[in-house]
Design a protein around this ligand. Structure first.
Ligand SMILES: Cc1cc2nc3c(=O)[nH]c(=O)nc-3n(C[C@H](O)[C@H](O)[C@H](O)COP(=O)(O)OP(=O)(O)OC[C@H]3O[C@@H](n4cnc5c(N)ncnc54)[C@H](O)[C@@H]3O)c2cc1C
Length: 446
């Protein structure tokens, strides 16, 4: 593809999508400013993926270091982009960047919209995974977790949170609650094997009997799901924890029940039945009968959505993309769009979880970043470069005037070196600082 060495692109967000998009753009001859809210790059690969997956996290970090080595990638960590933040999208465009690629992930908790949803003792999963992963601010707010915990959702994130509760907090009971049946489980068997030893098998058998008729009515393969769970149980890793793990299916959260102090004491759920839809998964509807699940802690593992404060319209949890893209790649639209005004947002592209909230693991997101970079390159190929000074100068000046420390690649490397030395000293694997102050000091920026 023809490229112009004078093109400049600002990539906003240095998670896996942003990092690999930046590398693809740099390799094509574009100068890239990579702006990131967190001091360290990595996004949810650093602050989402389970903190004890040391090998996976270390392997990804190595890939990120290598990807960002390219001299045409200029990293600016500790910079929040958006309306009323360190710099806005409009300002970046006005500085002369030829295109912006937004890869800020999906940062806002999704809500399910029930009474008392966030009573004392109720959390969104992000508050828990940010806490155990040591994300500054969250790392200083230990969640108050009781003995009996309900997890809303049956995806990978639920399994991560359950792993934390079973293997580290060793709480009395953990129940995963789902409005649909076990056929909608969205976690890998290998992941579930981390906690399957704690499954109360008798309870699981009872639960599958309880819902069997309603699943058979819509042709759901209950036996397949049952075999999947029991196979994980038979191959489970030992946990050494007394926690009892159970499931409650076809149970739609209806209201969080609270005590006089306003603390969680349970969850009222409505029984559901499933309605078959051609070519899609069955949809759960309320039956009008209710049950109470007792608990002192509720954690919503229901995903996240894009944060509109960045300055882009959100459509169904993600930043809106153009329905008929001008630069499609593999039939996918990477172009930002204003659905209300039905117009392209000129020169702004999207990738990763910002383009499609919660859509996949790091491998898929990396590919998405690379394909988005292709879309940007198509756009740049049609765009004339003005003989203007590099916007990197204006950006550097603006950030300097903010009067806050900005982490570049060298600062990030210093931070990693100090953390590696600290880990060695403490005899631990994967030590990390958990406050901005400590990180900036280690990076030589305090
Ligand atoms: C709990 C959990 C566990 C997971 N476990 C696994 C796993 O085991 N294996 C796996 O492969 N995948 C896992 N994933 C998925 C993986 O983390 C994601 O696929 C991937 O991180 C998404 O990448 P992204 O670049 O789109 O967004 P993110 O990783 O969210 O990165 C977004 C980046 O944008 C920055 N940003 C946000 N807002 C702004 C702003 N306003 N200005 C500037 N910068 C901003 C953030 O600082 C961040 O660096 C997990 C995800 C979660 C939530």
């Amino acid at each position: 593809m023809p490229t112009n060495p004078n093109h400049h692109v600002a990539v906003i967000g240095a998670g896996p999508a942003g990092i690999f998009a930046a590398r693809a753009l740099a390799k094509a001859g574009v100068e890239v400013a990579l702006l990131n809210q967190h001091i360290r790059p990595g996004g949810l690969a650093e602050y989402g993926i389970y903190h004890r997956k040391h090998r996976l996290k270390a392997g990804l970090r190595k890939q990120f270091i290598k990807a960002l080595e390219h001299p045409a990638i200029h990293y600016f960590g500790n910079v929040a982009v958006g309306e009323g933040k360190d710099i806005s999208l409009e300002h970046l465009q006005a500085m002369g960047f030829d295109a912006l690629l937004v890869t800020t992930g999906s940062q806002s908790p999704r809500r399910i919209g029930i009474p008392n949803e966030y009573a004392k003792g109720a959390y969104h999963a992000s508050e828990i995974y940010y806490y155990y992963n040591g994300l500054p601010l969250y790392s200083q707010q230990a969640p108050e977790i009781g003995d009996r915990v309900l997890l809303i959702g049956i995806g990978n994130v639920m399994v991560d949170i359950a792993t934390y509760l079973v293997t580290e907090r060793k709480v009395k009971s953990v129940t995963a609650v789902a409005r649909c049946g076990p056929c909608e489980i969205k976690f890998a068997k290998k992941e579930f094997m981390r906690i399957a030893a704690n499954l109360d098998v008798d309870d699981f058998e009872e639960e599958t009997k309880r819902i069997a008729k309603r699943l058979q009515e819509v042709g759901e393969n209950l036996e397949g799901s049952r075999a999947f769970i029991l196979s994980a149980y038979h191959h489970a890793e030992p946990t050494g924890s007394p926690t009892r793990f159970t499931f409650r299916f076809l149970s739609l959260p209806y209201e969080v029940l609270t005590n006089v102090e306003g603390r969680v004491k349970g969850l009222k759920v409505e029984d559901t039945y499933l309605v078959f839809t051609v070519g899609k998964r069955p949809i759960p509807y309320g039956l009008g009968t209710f049950r109470t699940l007792e608990a002192d802690t509720i954690i919503y593992c229901v995903g996240t959505k894009a944060d509109p404060s960045i300055g882009l319209p959100v459509w169904r949890d993600s930043f809106a993309t153009a329905p008929r893209p001008r630069y499609p790649v593999h039939h996918t639209s990477y172009e930002a769009y204003n659905p209300q005004e039905m117009r392209f947002i000129e020169g702004i592209f999207l990738a990763g979880w910002a383009r499609r909230a919660n859509f996949g693991l790091v491998g898929a997101v990396r590919k998405d970043g690379e394909l988005a970079a292709e879309a940007v390159l198509h756009y740049l190929a049609e765009k004339e470069t003005a003989n203007a000074p590099s916007p990197l100068g204006a950006l550097g000046e603006h950030l300097k005037n903010l009067g806050k420390p900005i982490a570049d690649k060298a600062a990030w490397h210093r931070l990693l070196e100090v953390e590696a030395r600290e880990a060695e000293k403490r005899g631990t694997t994967g030590f990390r600082f958990t406050t901005n102050e400590e990180m900036l000091k280690a990076a030589g920026l305090a």
